[in-house]
Design a binder for this molecule. Structure first.
Ligand code: NDP
Length: 465
């Protein structure tokens, strides 16, 4: 048998976080690796997700910081914000990062194919533009996901709405933005635009945003949106969107509750779907679930023996670091003879609201359901920094402890730097930390995080008549 009966040992479809990590690691073993990417290297996170989003969060926070600095004696005179200046800087940084991804792949010896690849069969791919067919022994599907929007049949005029893909390319700030949804993307951008001084309205079908998060976190974020000046409309969805040319606010959004709002930008943040349309998974025999996600086992292997999938396309946990770890585990297992698979338990995550959410482990509801008796420790306080700057926002911290052995099952926080704090707490949780471990840890004073190791009183629910 010839050593390279196939053109490549590994063909990776998709140059996002998971695909790039796997391709680069595999190629560093000397394996013959190709990666196909139809747009730009870096995927959702670098090009139209986490990275530019976080820059927008920073841009938005600076305005408030300038105002808040007055309480500390600073006066900045007239301040103004120029969206073009910021957007140019943001796009330049995205370009730089995408270039680094590209160069790292090249330096590792990966062949980069800048076009779309689709399956012909389980070992063959066709490049869409050139029509060239390529064979590979192993194939990794890492094509990610895309924003989901209802069809114009469901919501007439929905074509006037943009998604998070387009939000980074607005030439000027909106005069009035309406955002549909109550998940990560909706609440993050509601804060971004409110912070930039744009009248912002959030329309959510449920009662309280961030379904799936701990109930106390949801309440804090929901109330925080309103405190930030976001108009929050609950129990409603878009019914239709009409465009009236020439108006200052040309889009009229009619809601299911009978109301309407006028805006110049409407954004749908209604969830994301795996990017498998037209990929030819059926030609390769790769099974998809009802949502279009590639079905994989714990090794990220599909039902076809030589095909794997990592990242958002598998619809497991749609977070960049998860895709990277899945891609890393695949590459080490298949190309380094170091088999391991990623453990999806206790993944720390943040929502970059202002202030932000950081969370790791179980919510109170999950913990009660799975472990029965739990103790809750929680605190809600105005941080020292805000005492002089007029910011009324508070910090919420919550620790969920299994009663039987005092194991900490979850830690949740809303407050400045929650992401940074929870990242470190994530290590402790992974090590099986107990509440007595928290208790015997010396506080670092004065800090916000010290409250995590000084909470001693169990929270008791208030009597309800
Ligand atoms: P989410 O799945 O988080 O939220 C979707 C929202 O849209 C929910 O509030 C949902 O309501 C609502 N919704 C869904 N369908 C409809 C409908 N037909 N009509 C009205 N409302 C609807 O999706 P996002 O788009 O916000 O984000 C996608 C994923 O990207 C996240 O889950 C996360 O994994 C990742 N992400 C992570 C970030 C981070 O780490 N900071 C930042 C941004 C994204 P309901 O609650 O009722 O289901």
């Amino acid at each position: 048998m010839a050593e390279h009966a196939y053109d490549f040992d590994l063909f990776v479809i998709g140059g996002g976080s998971g695909g790039v990590r796997a391709a680069r690691l595999a190629a560093l073993t000397g394996a013959k690796v190709a990666i196909a990417e139809e747009y730009r290297m870096g995927g959702t996170c670098v090009i139209r997700g986490c990275v530019p989003k976080k820059f927008m969060v920073y841009a938005s926070a600076y305005g408030k910081d300038i105002r808040k600095a007055a309480g500390y004696g600073w006066s900045a005179g007239e301040v103004s914000y120029d969206h073009g200046t910021f957007a140019n800087a943001m796009h330049a940084e995205v370009d730089r990062l995408s270039g680094i991804y590209f160069r790292n792949l090249k330096n590792a010896g990966v062949e980069i194919l800048e076009e779309r690849a689709e399956f012909v069969d389980a070992h063959t791919l066709r490049l869409k533009t050139s029509g060239k067919e390529i064979t590979a022994e192993k194939i990794l599907i890492a094509v990610g996901g895309r924003p989901w929007m209802p069809s114009p049949d469901e919501i007439p005029g929905i074509e006037h709405a943009i998604t998070s893909n387009e939000i980074f390319h607005l030439e000027a700030l909106p005069k009035h933005i309406v955002i549909g949804g109550g998940g990560y993307i909706a609440v993050e951008f509601a804060h971004v635009f409110a912070g930039l001084g744009v009248p912002t309205c959030l329309v959510y079908r449920g009662e309280e945003v961030l379904r799936g998060f701990d109930a106390d976190i949801r309440t804090a974020v929901h109330e925080g949106l309103k405190e930030a000046g976001v108009r929050v409309i609950t129990g409603a969805v878009f019914d239709r969107i009409d465009k009236c040319e020439g108006e200052d606010l040309p889009l009229r959004i009619s809601l299911s509750n009978g109301g309407h709002i006028d805006a110049d930008v409407v954004m749908g943040a209604l969830g994301r779907r795996p990017n498998t349309d037209g990929l030819g998974c059926d030609a390769a025999g790769v099974a998809l679930d009802d949502n279009g996600a590639v079905v994989v086992d714990e090794w990220s292997k599909t039902n076809v023996d030589n095909i794997w999938a990592v990242g958002d396309v598998t619809d497991r946990v749609a977070l960049t670091p998860v895709a990277i770890r899945e891609g890393h585990a695949f590459a080490e297992t298949e190309f380094y003879r170091r088999p391991w698979h990623f453990d999806h338990a206790d993944i720390p995550t943040a929502v970059f609201t202002q202030p932000e959410v950081g969370t790791v482990g179980m919510t109170e509801a999950q913990a009660r359901k799975e472990h029965g008796a739990v103790d809750i420790y929680k605190t809600n306080f105005r941080p020292m920094k805000n005492m002089l700057n007029g910011d009324m926002s508070r910090v919420l911290m919550k620790i969920i402890v299994r009663q039987s052995d005092e194991r900490v099952l979850g830690v949740h926080m809303v407050g400045d730097d929650a992401a940074e704090i929870i990242q470190a707490i994530g290590i402790a949780i992974k090590m099986g930390v107990t509440k007595p471990d928290f208790d015997r840890t010396c506080a670092l004073h004065p800090s916000v995080a010290e409250e995590l190791v000084t909470m001693r009183t169990k929270w008791v629910p208030e009597e309800t008549g």
